[in-house]
Design a protein around this ligand. Structure first.
Ligand SMILES: [Zn+2]
Length: 568
């Protein structure tokens, strides 16, 4: 049952698979990459072999590939054997094909969250009013009469000259904050969001709930409580309520003790009540929070909570193989391809086979490696094929690699991610989630154009899909990262075909035991998409210049400072 609980929770964090419409197309990229070998002369990825690997990895025997199970052992062994067979060298410098990833599963015992204001007490009920947990690897985590401060959106964004913590030290305090980006109105079109600030309608990373807890950690807060609002969050409180069971995290050397003791969400209704008790008005505060002049508001109120945990540790693994670059000067620089091997395991509902999500991506990783073995001339830079663990538990395997990389990130030129594929035939287009983020989009657009196809952004940038799969951990550390998704205009199909298949997937199969290889799968579109991704990786491996983030991107500063000493 444990894994069944994850399902709802993780709808919110992983794999981009909600309905989309191709309506928003940003201006075409300004530069086009150096043309090298035409796409038609590059090797194709063998999709018959991709299908075979997918069948095997999603078979009953693999038991849904949950970390720490027999499914992990089988998946790791299969990937390792296939990488070796494809001619890859061990991807770890210790001579193995694995990187160990220490995980901890933390299950909290229900607890109430109480607020004291003078002689008044307000109690928030577990799950009904508050969903909270701790990432501390400890038996208990306690919040003891901690001062509560409303910090607006809780954002510090130097590129937008934005700081929600002006003039206040929030160390040891309980931060109440809003979800999503500050909703700054467009001065030219009141009623719309300012495209110059926090990406307008598109969500930046500052809007993601995970950012809110991270900034709380940086500020030394004792607790971070996000106010749940359905539209800005992108999902109902019921999805948040799925997070009351076991949650996995990485085990850091400090056992996550620098994170806030309590992280969680509270309902909008309860927030309004609390603010009223503090003599404040939610709507008025929210309005102020959307301005640069906003200052944090101390509520003259304290919060208390004690969470008890049950802990278990798992030693999981990332699997990695490397194709050594042919150029003596560039072989220590890396293009990375990622896919996640894990899925949800099994429960009373059955086995979560995870065929599309993401046996297919791992299968593509294997055959992508084989295609790279065939290309002439061989790539100048090295190519790293990385199958990560625990994506479904919050992108943990890729997070571990990105903070404990085997090869320096300053020499990691790009990540190209493969999480779920189009299995419904050829399309005239390709979706690039977060289109316009980096030069990698230009490479992809150029390669697709050579196939007579177009690229475009995802239809719902406000949902922040760019932050929901493994490439994001590379982006967060500054490495340009590409996250493609299925095209939407199917050749020989009615115009609503994409919507039909995507809705069917979301309603019946996404993160359920029914994500299996179906008899009607058609990988002709996958073959074309994989060729685009091959071409992007190959050309980046050959290029004189590193791909870069576009100006204004939230990850650019990190990359620039990483490469600062040796600009290229
Ligand atoms: Zn998934």
């Amino acid at each position: 049952m444990k894994y069944a609980v994850f399902i709802a929770a993780l709808l919110a964090v992983s794999c981009s698979s909600e309905p989309k419409n191709p309506s928003r197309t940003p201006p075409p990229p300004s530069t086009s990459p150096v043309q090298q070998i035409p796409i038609g002369q590059l090797p194709s990825v063998d999709t018959d072999a991709v299908l075979q690997h997918t069948r095997l990895l999603s078979s009953d025997e693999y038991e849904g590939r949950a970390p720490g199970t027999k499914g992990e052992d089988l998946s790791v062994k299969y990937l390792e054997d296939q990488f070796r067979n494809a001619g890859l060298k061990p991807g770890n410098t210790d001579g193995t094909y694995v990187q160990k990833v220490p995980l901890v599963g933390i299950t909290p015992t229900p607890a109430a969250l109480t607020f004291h204001k003078g002689s008044e007490t307000h109690t928030l009920k577990w799950k009904d009013d508050v969903v909270a947990w701790t990432k501390h690897v400890a038996d208990t985590a306690t919040l003891d009469n901690s001062d509560v401060v409303f910090v607006g959106y809780g954002v510090v964004a130097p590129e937008f000259n934005w700081d929600d913590y002006k003039g206040i030290d929030v160390k040891g305090k309980t931060l109440l904050m809003l979800v999503n980006d500050p909703a700054v109105p467009d001065p030219a079109h009141p009623g719309e969001l300012d495209p110059q600030t926090f990406g307008g309608k598109a969500m930046t990373y500052y809007g993601r709930w995970t950012y809110k807890y991270e900034i709380g950690q940086q500020k030394g807060a004792a607790a971070v409580l996000i106010v749940h609002e359905t539209i800005p969050a992108g999902y109902g409180f019921n999805v948040v309520q799925g997070k009351t069971g076991e949650q996995f995290d990485l085990v850091t050397p400090d056992k996550n003790m620098t994170r806030p003791a309590i992280e969680g969400w509270i309902t909008l209704d309860k927030t309004k009540e609390l603010l009223k008790a503090a003599g404040q008005d939610f709507d008025a505060l929210k309005q102020q929070a959307a301005t640069r002049d906003f200052k944090p508001v101390a509520l003259d109120m304290t919060a208390s909570m004690t969470i008890r945990n049950t802990l278990r540790t798992i030693n999981s693994r990332n699997v990695l193989g490397k194709l050594q670059g042919a150029d003596p000067k560039l072989k220590d620089e890396y293009v990375v391809y990622t896919a996640h091997w894990d899925h949800f395991g099994k429960s009373a509902e059955g086995i979560f086979h995870g065929a599309e999500d993401d046996a297919l991506g791992c299968a593509a990783l294997i055959e992508m490696a084989r295609a790279f073995g065939k290309v002439t001339p061989a790539p100048r830079r090295s190519i790293l094929f990385l199958a990560v663990t625990a994506e479904e538990q919050g992108l943990l395997g890729s997070q571990y690699y990105s903070v404990t990389p085997i090869y320096p990130l300053a020499k990691t030129v790009a990540d190209i991610n493969m999480d779920s594929w189009n299995v419904h035939g050829r399309t005239k287009d390709l979706t690039l989630i977060g289109y316009g983020a980096s030069d990698l989009d230009d490479y992809a657009a150029a390669a697709a154009a050579e196939q007579g196809r177009t690229v475009h952004a995802d239809a719902e940038p406000e949902k922040g899909f760019y932050y929901r799969s493994d490439h994001f951990n590379f982006a967060k550390q500054g490495v340009p990262a590409l996250n493609p998704d299925s095209g939407t205009v199917f050749i020989g199909q009615p115009p609503d075909y994409f919507k039909k298949v995507r809705d069917e997937w979301n309603a019946n199969r996404y993160h359920t035991p029914k994500d299996v290889v179906l008899p009607d799968w058609n990988l002709d579109g996958t073959r074309e998409d994989l060729k685009v991704l091959f071409t992007v990786g190959y050309r980046v491996a050959q290029a004189d210049k590193y791909p870069e983030w576009k100006p204004g991107n939230e990850f650019k500063a990190k990359r620039d400072s990483m490469l600062g000493a040796k600009p290229r």
